[in-house]
Design a protein. Sequence first.
Length: 702
Amino acid sequence: MKKIKSTKRFKLILIFITIIFLFSLTSCNHMHRFKYVKTIEESTCSKEGSKEYKCKSCGEVRIEVIARKDHKYVDGFCSECNIIKEEKLMVYWRNLEYTLSDDGTYYIITRMLNIPSNKPIGRVVIPEVYNGLPIKKIDSKFFKGLNQTFDIEVPKCLERIDLEYDFGDGSLYGIYYRGTLEDWCKLRFNDYNDNYMKDTKNFYLLDDKSKFYLLDNIVIPNNITSIGSYQFCLSRDIKYVEIPNTVIEINQKSFICYYDKLYYRGTLSDWCNVSLSSLGANIIAHAEEVYMLDNNNEYYKIDKLMIPDGVKTINENQFAYFHKVTEITIPNSVEKIKSYAFMGCNNINKIVIPSSVTEMGEGVFISCNNLKEVIFEENCQVSTIRSRFFEDCFALSKLVLSKKIVKFEADVFDYHPDFDSVYYNGTIEDWCKIEFVNESSNPLKYAKHFYVKDDNNEYYELTNLVIPSTVNSIGNYQFYGYKGLITTTISSSVEYIGINAFYGCKNLKEVIFEENSSLTRIEKETFKYCESLEKINIPNSVKSIGEEAFYDCEKLNTIILPATLEKIEQFAFFYALCVSTASVYFDGTIEDWCKIEFDSEESNPMSQIKHFYMLDKKGEFYEPTEFIIPETVTHIQSYAFIYLSNIKKVYIPKSVTTIEALAIYRLSRATIYCGAPSKPEEWHSQWVREVDKIYWDRSRWY
């Protein structure tokens, strides 16, 4: 037994000596003790990683391989590396058909080749170039008849995808753009259909590490200065958009999507310097909440818009459709407010235009539905109120106007209901200097009350209008539709009353022209729809009355026409006189009456009445039952003697050489006696109609 134990001991000693000998043959004469130093590269699902170990004694380094991780598939794609499951087919450039563009400068992808209809498609990878030319378009034929759901990976140079496709049961799931957000911001699109971002809810871009990420927030890089038209046509809403203050230009419909929050990395002053090419360019309109930087460079939510002092211009569309803002304050530094600046700010109630403002564009307050009060400060320098300025301001109740205003362009108050009061910081003389382009440009059309300044600079409500002797002209639409007007006295100095000047003044009862009037014409529709007007004495200076001048003045009972009249235009008194009660007094003789030109039967007030008076030889009014045309008359106008049922006889002397059509018409009880032996050639073939009898070669009827 002792011998066996000695043998075993000898063998162990021999093995130990052998190990020592072998170890001595290596470069290091000790056992390595490795310790973990660092991870050189983490493993991913697409590649192996590595770790570094180091010997404590000799510093020898050992590298250990880390196995690849498993793929994390979502909807058939790995969320880490975007690789497609093995059972899906990747379509590469060899499986695509290319067509050269007409100008020969780029290629169009027209269809996929040799793709089994029953095999899933993972991602179609569009190359950057083909035969040395870029790929710029995917034709609509590419999608025709496909019944698979798939993605497309596109190069930066691609400009358009025509998605007028005819899928079977398929759809385009996602678009992978092989470029960064900065690259995308440099693309330009002519219209909405050019932007293929709209064609999918899942749009991916490359991040700084060249990995695809889903675009669910938009953070514009700092080096971008312009955002093009139709830049972000997303098919779904996103959480927020962040815009740097380096952006100085935003173009039409740049963001066709909605987002909860907008962060502007600049101050309100910076924003006032941004140029917005159209209403659709204003990114404020799509945001539920808007944040900008304060003086401490911290974000704050804007609900009261206080334009900073020092801002001189509020640009076009600058705050359009800023729905959340409840108050707007404009400082005295502002000189220009451009078109549509506050359009659709439908939660503001009051706004004051400071005296510093010299110019305002059109449609500044369109669709400010809750705007109740607008005040132009007394010395406000704005001279023109542009078109559509207050369109759709349904709640407007009070308007204070500066006397510096000299013109209201067309449709300032288009689509506007009535409001309570207009305060004009000037006199009637000042008001008569204002030019109104059409009926919807005058606030009086909608106002219940109109206040102007008297000689003591105090406001009074205008109900009895007296045009001062310093006024020579009452312009078109000057008092259009003002319902508070009861009487009007027009100075003898007035030479012109414009079209529609008193149109629709429904409560106007009396119009008085001062003696020695300078007025020569009453224009078209001047007193149309003055429903309460009872009497009008047209001055003897007037030579013509315009079309529909007194149309539908339904209570007009007395009209006094001057002998100086030369023409009455069509429908001047149509529906203006009550047949049973109204009277017309012509302040002239029958010779004077024969000189008047009538455009139609409706222009002759005889067509509307039973009682017609004119002057006899003594200069007194009488109601004729017979018309004796004097021998001084050589010509009778059309529609000169019409409708009067009490006229029994008309005598026309030989001196009358010409008579126009229907000069004598519907004198149904009248007998016509003509001095001529027969109808002269110069008399119109239809000179007379609907009379009782006609006799020729009569010197009189007795």
